[in-house]
Design a protein around this ligand. Structure first.
Ligand code: NAD
Length: 257
């Protein structure tokens, strides 16, 4: 479905990014894997190329403009074009009561999740225009859009809501260039993100959240990276040629109640 296409994926060393990189490569795309975890990124690269796919790993800190510019240029130099951008890198960061969440903790979450999305798109768009169009996909979340059930996650939820607004704005701006822009909003997905999350004093907020009995959630509420990857494949491919400016919830229905 993606023969001849080149895809840039940020946060490609783990979880949803790695799963989507494998899926895109299976469908014939050449994939630029961008991340800060070089060892893990190399493993994903080896796996894809070992299976006959084409990919390249580049070190890229999405919160740093020079780093993103360099990663995009390196990828385009190697593969000659760019058609698909998956702005997916993200962190949960620190979850803490608002009067305890420190300014630098707020800034870090916003810098990676929101500024990182802007920087990735900013440096990629000239190449998409040169290719005559393309598809941009942003990983947002149910959190901050459909659900507000993570006590202490004010910075994270704000960044995820901001990503949806950003996606709609760029869809408006880039439509005439043949560039479609959409967001995926995962629910709970089985990845490593929780390992790098700091929950500090959130119990003080006294908010307990559990899936209600009779919840419509499939698979006990948790999905796998491949569930998001398949949705991204739809958004990256011509199957979604008339779809732009939307967000798709990939949460097994968990956020309906
Ligand atoms: P993950 O931790 O497994 O993968 C995230 C990747 O992003 C990691 O490889 C990490 O190194 C990379 N990354 C972090 N900071 C970076 C930076 N500054 N520059 C470049 N790369 C960086 O987590 P995941 O669950 O696969 O998360 C991917 C995206 O999905 C995130 O945007 C996250 O907010 C979103 N999301 C995840 C879930 C979930 O339940 N897992 C739910 C909703 C949304």
């Amino acid at each position: 479905m993606l023969d001849g296409k080149v895809a840039l994926i940020t946060g490609a060393a783990s979880g949803i990014g790695a799963g989507t990189a494998r899926r895109f490569a299976q469908e014939g795309a050449r994939v630029i894997l961008a991340d800060v975890q070089d060892g893990e990124g190399q493993q994903v690269l080896d796996e894809i190329t070992g299976g006959g796919g084409q990919a390249l790993y580049v070190h890229c800190d999405v919160s740093d403009a020079d780093s993103v510019r360099e990663a995009v240029e390196t990828g385009v130099r190697e593969f000659g074009r760019l058609d698909i951008v998956f702005a997916n890198a993200g962190i949960n960061g620190v979850w803490a009561p608002i009067d305890e969440l420190q300014p630098e903790e707020w800034d870090q979450t916003i810098a990676i999740n929101l500024r990182g999305t802007y920087l990735t798109v900013h440096f990629a768009v000239p190449h998409l225009k040169r290719a005559g169009g393309g598809s941009i996909i942003v990983t947002s979340s149910v959190n901050g859009n459909r659900t507000f059930s993570s006590p202490g996650a004010s910075a994270y939820s704000t960044s995820k809501a901001g990503q949806v607004a950003f996606t709609r704005m760029i869809a408006l701006e880039l439509g005439r260039d043949g560039i479609r822009c959409n967001a995926v909003c995962p629910g709970l997905i089985h990845t490593n993100i929780e390992e790098r999350t700091e929950h500090r004093d959130t119990e003080k907020l006294g908010i307990e959240v559990e899936l209600p009995e009779g919840s419509p959630a499939l698979n006990e509420g948790e999905g796998e990276p491949v569930d998001v990857a398949d949705t991204c494949l739809f958004l990256a491919s011509d199957l979604s040629r008339h779809v732009s400016g939307v967000e798709i919830y990939v949460d097994g229905g968990a956020s309906l109640l």
